[in-house]
Write a protein that binds this ligand. Structure first.
Ligand SMILES: Nc1nc2c(ncn2[C@@H]2O[C@H](COP(=O)(O)O[C@H]3[C@@H](O)[C@H](n4cnc5c(=O)[nH]c(N)nc54)O[C@@H]3COP(=O)(O)O)[C@@H](O)[C@H]2O)c(=O)[nH]1
Length: 732
């Protein structure tokens, strides 16, 4: 049977000047599967080494010429062969010889007389050990390369919290030097609290054998000051993340990374996500989170808190008239004033006073959280302080701006037990405050929700009212005082609601304004009134004027003049017989735009009147500039005439002033003969009111028109009140 060749296990260079020794060595090494190359002397050995690059070298120490020690040294000098195992064959097992061998760079030695049976195994062992060492060296080099590439600081620590090793990473900002740590306990290196947390984490990692981590911050200027407690003041800090992994039953490896940059980025992102970019105060998201936290806290501690919802009154007008830059400045100034108003107060009960109790939700809406509320009155007191703060004029560049605010308040837990309800209810209360005349603060109550719901239902109904033909017009005559004849008729809209019956325009016109529905409704009124008036003009054969109320939204509608022209054309009405009634508020809203719209309407040739005069700005100079044809004295001045001397004086002054400006004057709300008499004496041109005719359906107006001079025979079908029946001419 042929011998099975042994697997080759390495190439050994054997150098000995004694041929017998060489043969024996080659034989023994061959028996354990090693390949061999022989050399007779040192020079030959060195040359062979360079040529064949053996895995191991065996050198006889004593050789003529270049001895084994010299060869060994020569090999070791070649850097790339610094690790090849070299076994020296020494003449005697004496210490000096062994020492010289190691000093020359030998890996091991074999003494003569050689124990031949174990020589091969010895060589194999040295080869294996050398291989293991090479691999260890490689692993160590790789380890070092990884360490050099990683910015983290490494340390080893035992269960008790002593640093066993500490390798500072190149991006560790030099908080600690390695010599400060090795052999030291955590508490001698880190501030007490952090050291304690780290030790807890070390124990947890050792127990679970899972990776654990810990974030902490240290003052930039060093540990000593941190330990002195100086980090409590706002010293710049660096943030670190320590990851711990168990490397044995009682030892962890820690990697510490400087995460200051990441923290800064996170803070920047947080600021962007949670700050209102215009004012710098917290935004809606931040407020919702603060509210959520407060809710949890108050629920646990059984405390009350309040949410204030503030909205500036007429902010839109400031934006529209003075521009968005001024609007933005105002919002910044408002937030600053709010900040000042709540900062020194009892609002912030937490240790760290911050701005998170205040937020801008968007537009001109701000919210304030009042924690730890003891009495409801405290919330109202804060609202009052805020209102007072808003009332002080804002000086913005060249503008002195006056604003007021409406505030709604909801309470936890009385009004709601979740954030969205509390915010919604505070908003509802704010709307209520606005409806109660602005510059107001109101508490939420559940009845407000009912009101809002019915408001919403009304809005839904109003959206369908036009297409369902639920709207209709009544007409009220305006009578010329000198001729006692009807010269004009005012169209007044009504809504016949399928469930609620007749709804007054005082209820649905503001809603139509708010929702923008006034534009289509107003157009329908205009067209219907023009058609009706044209019929009367034809049948009665006289130039009867029809008066139609225009709301602010309609007046601002850029299609207004087109709509007016089209209504006139479709009905065949002469433009001068269409009277458009505008309130002072509508005209004063945006003076420049007003002038342009008025210009367009005048160009069409319609008759323009100012309605409800005396209730708004009552500015004579504007009246002159607006160049209208008539003004209607508001009925609040006519009520109480002639006894009310103040109203009598105002009425006289308005009539005189209007005549000075060559305007016709109409007195509204004339309900008695005495009022009529007095207005006649004051020279009032026209009168309108229940005394002369209630708002009535077209057929009643047709009857009245047929009587000349006029006789009031009208019924206000919608009020049912027709108590005033008087013959105007007979009163003369
Ligand atoms: N934009 C539009 N507004 C309209 C329209 N139709 C009406 N309105 C406005 O709604 C308000 C209430 O109107 P109404 O309930 O019709 O009241 C009018 C008269 O009924 C009332 N009036 C008339 N005479 C008397 C009186 O002697 N006493 C008394 N207490 N009330 C009286 O006055 C209202 C007419 O006011 P005015 O328009 O200011 O001349 C009202 O503001 C309407 O303007 C519409 O189609 N579009």
């Amino acid at each position: 049977m042929a011998a099975v060749p042994l697997a080759r296990r390495g190439l050994v260079l054997v150098a000995d000047d004694d041929p017998v020794m060489r043969v024996l060595m080659l034989e023994m090494l061959g028996q354990v599967g090693l390949d061999t190359v022989e050399a007779e002397d040192g020079e030959q050995a060195l040359a062979s080494f360079r040529r064949i690059q053996p895995d191991l070298v065996m050198l006889d120490v004593e050789m003529p010429g270049m001895d084994g020690l010299a060869v060994c040294r020569a090999i070791r000098q070649q850097e790339q062969h610094a690790t090849v195992p070299i076994i020296m064959v020494t003449g005697a097992d004496e210490l000096a010889s062994v020492t010289s061998a190691y000093e020359a760079g030998a890996t091991d030695f074999v003494s003569k007389p050689i124990n031949w049976p174990i020589l091969g195994h010895r060589v194999l062992y040295v080869l294996r050990a050398s291989d293991a060492i090479s691999r260890l060296r490689l692993a160590d080099a790789q380890h070092r390369a990884v360490m050099a590439a990683i910015p983290d600081t490494f340390f080893r620590m035992n269960r008790a919290g002593y640093y066993l090793d500490y390798e500072q990473g190149h991006e560790a900002s030099g908080v600690f030097a390695s010599e400060r740590c090795v052999g030291q306990h955590l508490q001698q290196v880190l501030p007490e609290a952090i050291a304690q947390q780290m030790l807890t984490q070390v124990h947890s990692v050792l127990a679970s054998q899972h990776v654990g981590s810990l974030d902490y911050a240290l003052p930039q200027n060093g540990i000593a000051r941190a330990r002195a407690g100086e980090h409590a003041v706002a010293a710049p800090v660096r943030h670190f993340e320590a990851r711990l992994v168990a490397t044995g039953p009682d030892e962890v490896l820690g990697l510490v990374r400087d995460i200051s940059e990441r923290k800064r980025n996170e803070e920047q992102i947080r600021r962007l996500a949670y700050c209102d970019s215009l004012t710098g105060i917290p935004n809606r998201q931040a407020f919702l989170e603060t509210l959520e936290a407060e809710l949890r806290r108050s629920r646990k501690d059984k405390h009350k808190f309040a949410v204030l919802f503030m909205d500036l009154d007429a902010f839109k007008r400031i934006n529209d008239t003075l521009g968005h830059d001024v609007g933005d400045h105002l919002l910044k100034a408002v937030s600053e004033r709010l900040r000042e108003t709540i900062r020194p107060s009892d609002l912030v009960s937490r240790t760290e006073a911050d701005d998170s109790n205040l937020a801008r939700l968007g537009g001109d809406e701000f919210t304030i959280l009042i924690p730890d509320l003891e009495r409801v009155d405290d919330a109202l007191a804060v609202a009052q302080r805020v209102k007072d703060a808003m009332c002080r004029p804002f000086q913005l560049d060249s503008h002195e701006i006056f604003v007021t605010a409406s505030i709604g308040i909801s309470l936890y837990p009385d009004d709601g037990e979740d954030c969205s309800s509390l915010l919604k209810f505070a908003d509802t209360a704010m709307y209520h405050a606005k409806n109660c005349g602005k510059n107001n603060a109101k508490m939420y109550s559940s009845s407000l929700t009912m009101q809002i719901m019915s408001h919403v239902q009304l809005e839904v109904g109003l959206r369908k009212a036009l297409q369902n033909q639920e709207l209709y017009l009544l007409y009220q005559p305006q009578i010329d005082v000198s001729s006692a004849t009807i010269v004009s008729v005012e169209a007044l809209v009504r809504w016949r609601h399928p469930e609620r019956g007749i709804i007054s325009p005082t209820e649905f016109i503001p809603l139509a304004e708010e929702t923008g529905l006034i534009v289509p409704i107003g157009e329908w009124v205009l067209r219907t009134a023009c058609q009706q008036a044209r019929q009367w003009q034809i049948s009665d054969d006289r130039p009867l004027r029809i008066a139609v109320n225009l709301s602010a939204k309609q007046f601002k509608d850029e299609n207004l003049s087109q709509i007016v022209l089209s209504a006139l054309q479709d009905s065949g009405m002469p433009a001068e017989l269409l009277e458009l009634e505008l309130t002072e508020g509508t005209l004063m809203d945006d003076a420049r735009a007003t002038m342009q719209t008025l210009e367009r309407l005048r160009a069409i040739g319609v008759y323009l009147a100012i309605d409800d005069f005396g209730t708004g700005y009552s500015s004579m100079s504007y009246l002159k500039r607006f160049n209208v044809s008539a003004l209607k004295i508001d009925r609040s001045f006519i009520t109480g005439l002639p006894q009310d001397s103040e109203n009598a004086a105002i009425t006289r002054a308005i009539i005189a002033m209007a005549h000075g400006l060559k305007l016709n004057v109409v007195a509204e709300g004339v309900e008695t003969n005495e009022q009529l008499r007095m207005l006649e004496q004051c020279g009032c041109d026209m009168v309108q009111g229940y005394y002369l005719g209630h708002p009535s359906p077209p057929e009643n107006i047709a009857l009245m028109l047929a009587q000349r001079p006029v006789l009031d025979g009208s019924d206000d079908n919608d009020s049912g009140d027709s108590s005033v029946h008087s013959k105007f001419p007979e009163q003369h």
